[in-house]
Design a binder for this molecule. Sequence first.
Ligand code: PMV
Length: 362
Amino acid sequence: MFNNPRLILDSSSAPDPGRITWRSPSNIAIIKYWGKYGVQLPKNPSFSFTLAASCTDTMVEYEFKEGLPDGQIDLEFFFHQAENEAFRAKVLEFLNSILPVYPFLKQLKLTVRTGNSFPHSAGIASSASGMSALALCLCSLEDALFGTLKDQEEFDKKASFLARLGSGSACRSIFPYAAVWGETTHVKGSHNEYAVPAESYLHDVFKDFHDDILIVSREEKSVSSRAGHALMDGNPYAEPRYAQARTRLGTLMGALRTGDLETFGKITEDEALTLHALMMCSNPSYTLMRPDTLSIIEKVRQYRADTGNQVYFTLDAGPNVHLLYPGEIVHEVRAFIDEQLVEHCEDGYVQQDWVGEGPEEI
Ligand code: PMV
């Protein structure tokens, strides 16, 4: 939808070399995207909170050149100051895939330097923060070289679209506080090709929400998200699941607006367990939860019953547990984590995070 063969640099007025840097956060899905079609299009709409502390910083340095003879993209890539061939190959594949959108990428020597705010081996996925940071750099590059993005809304839409092509859920990281990706009648302007901001749907309580990430295991997942999405194609529960996600999104949007924490919490936890149930009934089946994941879930439920404190869990496609709760009970919840949950975390590691204001150019 953004293909543009006119975005080509004129060698008679070649741009000066320059650099662009963005910091972009990860996000945590409440309604999960699980199952896709076509080119990274979602089978159901999803909703996420944008996080604040789990970020990727990405700098793109560019310099005009006549182009490599074989028409390849000229890319150097550094992750935490070191060359990283696996990441470079991933980024190169992504840049090649967006050449119809940005044909000028072949006319530049590009150096990408990137790093995460959290330890690389923390078991926290960085594809959402990483791909959104890169997409934002590319949109700033378009702005600097062509000035063709007419306003902030157009900029964000295109950044979200590009981030989606890099990693589906990354498209939701572009927006402050919260975002919705995928067509739904409950959110005006929602689209399968990019996410839209959802801040205006939030009661204030959700703008001050915490997400402490309990790292149960730092090990690489045994089944990647890519493979997991693909297994939904043969899953007998796939169609009812997509219908359920659509219904739940409608209910969730109502709860977000009114500040109904109980309904929010019920949907949040049901979604987490549905995601993992879908993995367990894929063919072949697999489990990403670990015994400690279940111990934490049981303790969270017990804690809620004992104290009435509104703390809820969710899970990504992995064993780590995200604890979601309103900021006003942060001290009590942190004490609960220290006393009862840290023992289930690898090396006692907890990444403290919260709902944040979205990416920034730095
Ligand atoms: O963006 P992907 O392809 O890594 O898939 C993300 C899937 C979940 O994190 C499990 C759910 C979501 O909506 O973020």
